[in-house]
Design a protein around this ligand. Structure first.
Ligand code: NAD
Ligand code: MG
Length: 406
């Protein structure tokens, strides 16, 4: 569906506009104001940022996820002509507003309902919210197919695979390899990992991202999510998907075809590349990212990930093999484990075992099975996994602060 506004401008909404991906998206939009009509911008507690951007970009509506922040948002938008709304229903209503292109960049499972709703209208959904695919890949892909909507991957690795597959037949793909920097603790001795603090795990060598995804890079829970995301989005069998450590983060993914050719996608580690690709798709246009100087780069290193250092990768294999509601449970248990780590109630190396025990428990209870999962079932599995994580974490001996000697 095309709902292009006046003067051939495209109507655009950004969900999660105040976050890292959202701000990079607005940066690209603001560089070509004649090309876009901004429909809805959404955010969380940072209503000041949201209001400033909504006024600057002449949005139709600004939505905060927090109902108690509505009075402040209204006050900040007063006299600007931008409408203010709040809460979960308002997010769905914003997704109902006609738009040609919608960025899904809310963090966490909360990004799923508005993204799913937007697909109903046959829009182009630029999907940064990887949790949507991990929790509810089949639901999302079926909804897009039903309504003739297009999902474009924005995660850098998936954008890279998408670009390498352009004009190719997916049946000729032997293998997809996504790269991982290895995170901020890559070179730490294994024995030191239990003592890593959230600040240490939250410092990334190459990418500037939010704290949560940065810690998920150190644990490779992020890469585990991305393996599942690859499986769901491209419909590839788990054995055709692998992760490789590549410390420079310049090659984002590689696709190997049945004639032995391997197509690699390289670029500076700047999310505006993948966002810009989705924004300009199906065309290619100038995107203001640094160009690679390969002679200055000089070398690209690759190594197989050590399973002892990155146990999250094996959990991803298990989730893909189990299917059903395993992705929803995995994502929620991982979010809960991360919350506990950040709060100092769990050590860095206790996160993966906790997620594994949640999966064990829910599998034993028959809670991961679902032949045709619905959004309600996904949300219920999410809630249950968080409850189980809280219970099981409470029973793992004495909680201690990360960094404290055992
Ligand atoms: P962020 O934390 O910087 O921003 C998240 C956005 O979501 C903010 O606008 C916030 O207000 C909003 N939000 C948070 N909780 C919400 C809720 N419950 N309801 C509604 N809105 C809520 O996150 P980010 O780094 O921009 O990541 C966004 C998504 O993109 C995530 O799914 C992440 O995994 C994915 N992603 C991020 C990067 C990156 O470089 N930052 C790269 C690849 C993929
Ligand atoms: Mg990524």
């Amino acid at each position: 569906m095309t709902v292009t506004g006046g003067g051939g401008r495209r109507r655009i909404s950004v969900f999660g506009a105040t976050g890292s991906i959202g701000q990079s998206t607005l940066d690209l939009i603001a560089r070509a104001p004649q090309a876009y009509d901004v429909v809805a911008l959404t955010g969380g507690a940072n209503v000041e940022r949201l209001a400033v951007d909504a006024i600057r970009l002449h949005a139709e509506v600004a939505v905060t996820a927090h109902e108690n922040r509505l009075p402040e948002l209204r006050a900040r938008l007063s006299g600007s002509g931008v409408a203010a709304t709040a809460g979960a229903t308002a997010l769905l209503e914003a997704a109902d507003r006609p738009a040609d292109w919608i960025m899904s960049a809310i963090v966490g499972a909360a990004g799923l309902p508005p993204g799913l709703r937007a697909l109903r209208h046959g829009t182009v959904l630029a999907l940064a919210n990887k949790e949507s695919l991990v929790c509810a890949g089949p639901i999302l892909m079926a909804e897009a197919a039903r309504h003739g909507a297009t999902i474009l991957p924005v995660d850098s690795e998936h954008s890279a695979v998408f670009q390498a597959l352009r004009g190719e037949d997916i049946a000729t793909v032997e293998k997809v390899v996504i790269t991982a920097s290895g995170g901020g603790l890559r070179d730490w001795p294994l024995a030191r990992l239990p003592h890593a603090t959230p600040a240490e795990a939250g410092a990334h060598p190459n990418w500037e991202m939010g704290q949560r995804i940065t810690i998920d890079s150190a644990s490779m829970f992020n890469k585990a999510m991305e393996l599942i995301e690859t499986h769901e989005f491209f419909g590839l069998a788990p054995e055709r998907i692998e992760a490789i450590v590549h410390p420079q983060s310049l090659v984002h993914a590689l696709v190997q075809f049945n004639d032995g050719a391997m197509m690699a996608h390289l670029g500076a580690p700047d999310m505006r590349h993948a966002i810009g690709h989705a924004l300009n798709w199906p065309d290619r246009r100038e995107v203001p990212v640094a160009r690679l100087d390969l002679a200055a780069v000089a070398r690209l290193d690759f190594a197989a990930p050590d399973p002892a250092r990155y146990p999250a990768l094996a959990l991803a294999e298990r989730v893909m093999a189990t299917g059903g509601l395993a992705g929803a449970a995995f994502n929620a248990a991982k979010e809960a484990a991360l919350d506990l780590f950040i709060a100092g109630a769990l050590s860095f190396t206790e996160m993966a075992p906790l997620v594994e025990r949640v999966l064990d428990r829910m599998e034993a209870e028959g809670c991961l099975e679902a032949r045709a999962a619905t959004l309600d079932m996904v949300m219920e599995a999410d809630r249950l996994a968080r409850d189980r994580a809280a219970e099981l974490a409470g029973s793992t001996g004495t909680p201690r602060r990360a960094g404290q000697m055992p």
